[in-house]
Design a protein around this ligand. Structure first.
Ligand code: ATP
Ligand code: MG
Length: 425
C-alpha cells in the first residue's frame, strides 16, 4: 500500500521551509509594529457560520467548502477563510468590552475544494489582518499601509495595488439595477457561469475571466456612490496619496464574498500568471451584526502565502537559510557519548547548532554525514581522547585538526566558528 498526500495539498520541508519562516516572521513583525495582536481560531467551525457570513451565493459556499458531518451529527466545515472565525470569536468572547478599535492578525491553513493548479491549492495558507471598530477612511488607509509594509518587508517590488469602492447597501441597490439592465442586454453573449451569476450574484459578473470584455464595459460602482460613500472613498485615497502608497483604481474590482462594502482592494503580482492576486481585502461593516453581534464596522485583508512564495521566487529573492549543523560531534566509543553531549550542551548554550552522532558508525561515515549537513567543525572523541581528557577538533573548511584539552574545547570551537563567520557571539 502506497500512501500519497491528498490532491491540492503540499508537504513543505527542506530549503522551502526557510521561505515559509521568513514570510511568517515578516507577517508577525509587521502586524505587531502596527499594534495588531495574534488570534488563533479553530480549524473547523459550524457550517452555518460560513454560509451566513461568506454568503449562500458565493463560489466558496456553492462549490468550495470542505463540509462534513461529525459523529455527533453536526455539520462542520474546515475554514475556507479567516474573517468570519475572527469576528465570531470577537463576538463570542465579548472582546468589545476591551474597547474599540481592536486589531487582529492570523496565520494558518485554509481549505477550499478547488481545481488545483499553480497558486491554487485545496489546503493553502493565509496571513490576514482585521481591524474591528472603525468606520473611518483612515482605518482603510492603515490596513492598506500595513499590507504594503508587509509586502515591502519581503522585498517584493513587482506588485501593484488596485482599489475600488463598491458602496453601501443603499447605493448598491441603484448600481445593481443598472448592472442588471446592462447584462440583460448582453445575456446571449455571456458564459453559463455568468448566466447563473446573473440570477444569484450579480456583482460577481464583473469578475468573470471569460467575459472580460463585456465586464470592462459594464457600469461602474464608482458612478453610483452616494455622497457618504464617495466622501469616504475620496478621503481614503487622499490619505494613500499623502502616505505615498501608490495605487491604481480598478472600477471592476469586486470581492467574491457577500459581506464587503465600500473600500475593496487587491494586490497583483506582475510576474505571476493566472493566479496573480497575492493579497485582497476590504471593508465589511455589516458582518458583525450579521453574526449576531453589535453593529461594528470593520475591515481587513488576507494574503496567500503560497502565492507570496511564488512571487518571491519569480523575483529571484533569496532568504537566509537556517544552519542545519555548525558542529558535528563524532563519537568513536560508546563511553565518549556523554562527553560529546556535554560539549554539545555548552555550545548550544552559545547558540551553536550541534548534531551528535547517535548511531556509532565508522568515523568516515560520520564525517560524510557531517559534510552532508554542511557542518563547519567536527569534534571527535575516541578511546584515546577519552583517556587523555582531550578532544580532536577538525576544521572541516580547511581540514586542519588539533587536539585540545576537554576543558577548553568549547572555547576553541567557538573561536573557530567565529573565524569561519558562522558565529555571532
Ligand atoms: P481567487 O480569485 O484567486 O480565487 P479569492 O477571491 O477566492 O481569490 P480570497 O478569498 O480573497 O481569494 O483570499 C485571499 C487570498 O488568498 C487570495 O488573494 C490568494 O492569494 C489566496 N488564495 C485564495 N484561494 C486560494 C487557493 N485555493 N490556493 C492558494 N491561495 C489562495
Ligand atoms: Mg477563489
Amino acid at each position: 500500500m502506497k500512501y500519497e498526500r491528498i490532491k491540492g495539498t503540499n508537504d513543505i520541508f527542506g530549503p522551502e521551509i526557510s521561505y515559509w519562516n521568513f514570510i511568517e516572521t515578516k507577517a508577525r513583525k509587521t502586524s505587531e509594529l502596527f499594534g495588531y495582536g495574534e488570534i488563533r481560531t479553530p480549524i473547523f467551525e459550524s457550517t452555518e457560520l460560513f454560509i451566513r457570513s461568506v454568503g449562500e451565493e458565493t463560489d466558496i459556499v456553492q462549490k468550495e467548502m470542505y463540509t462534513f458531518v461529525d459523529k455527533g451529527g453536526r455539520s462542520l466545515t474546515l475554514r475556507p477563510e479567516g474573517t468570519a472565525p475572527t469576528i465570531r470569536a470577537f463576538i463570542e468572547n465579548s472582546m468589545i468590552n476591551s474597547g474599540l478599535p481592536q486589531r487582529f492578525y492570523y496565520i494558518g491553513p485554509m481549505f477550499r475544494y478547488e481545481r488545483p493548479q499553480a497558486g491554487r491549492l485545496r489546503q493553502f495558507h493565509q496571513f490576514g489582518v482585521e481591524l474591528v471598530g472603525s468606520a473611518e477612511p483612515s482605518a482603510d488607509a492603515e490596513v492598506l499601509q500595513l499590507a504594503k509594509a508587509f509586502l515591502d518587508s519581503l522585498n517584493l517590488r513587482k506588485y501593484k495595488i488596485y482599489v475600488n469602492s463598491i458602496g453601501c447597501q443603499k447605493c448598491r441597490a441603484h448600481y445593481k439595477s443598472a448592472l442588471k439592465q446592462y447584462y440583460a442586454e448582453h445575456y446571449e453573449e455571456i458564459c453559463d457561469d455568468c448566466k447563473r451569476r446573473f440570477e444569484t450574484n450579480l456583482m460577481r459578473l464583473l469578475d468573470c475571466k471569460k467575459d472580460f470584455e463585456i465586464a470592462q464595459r459594464a457600469p461602474k460602482t464608482l458612478e453610483y456612490l452616494c455622497d457618504d460613500c464617495k466622501r469616504h472613498y475620496d478621503q481614503f485615497k487622499s490619505i494613500l496619496v499623502a502616505l505615498k502608497v501608490s495605487f491604481e483604481e480598478d472600477g471592476n474590482l469586486v470581492r467574491g464574498l457577500d459581506y464587503y462594502n465600500r473600500t475593496v482592494f487587491e494586490v497583483k503580482h506582475e510576474l505571476l500568471g493566472a493566479q496573480s492576486t497575492i493579497l485582497a481585502g476590504g471593508r465589511y461593516d455589516g458582518l458583525c451584526r450579521e453574526l449576531g453581534g453589535a453593529d461594528i464596522p470593520a475591515l481587513g485583508f488576507a494574503s496567500g502565502i503560497e502565492r507570496l512564495l511564488l512571487a518571491m521566487k519569480s523575483e529571484e529573492l533569496q532568504v537566509p537559510q537556517q544552519s542545519q549543523c555548525d558542529v558535528y560531534a563524532v563519537v568513536l566509543e560508546s563511553n565518549a557519548l556523554v562527553r560529546a553531549f556535554e560539549i554539545a550542551t555548552t555550545l548550544r548554550n552559545h547558540g551553536v547548532v550541534v548534531v551528535t552522532e547517535i548511531n556509532s558508525r565508522p568515523v568516515k561515515v560520520q564525517l560524510k554525514h557531517a559534510n552532508r549537513l554542511k557542518a563547519l567543525v567536527a569534534v571527535i572523541i575516541g578511546e584515546d581522547e577519552l583517556s587523555k581528557g582531550t578532544v580532536q577538533v577538525k576544521d572541516l573548511v580547511n581540514q586542519n585538526q588539533s587536539e585540545v584539552e576537554f576543558e577548553y574545547a568549547s572555547d576553541y570551537v567557538l573561536d573557530l566558528l567565529r573565524a569561519n563567520g558562522r558565529k555571532n557571539q
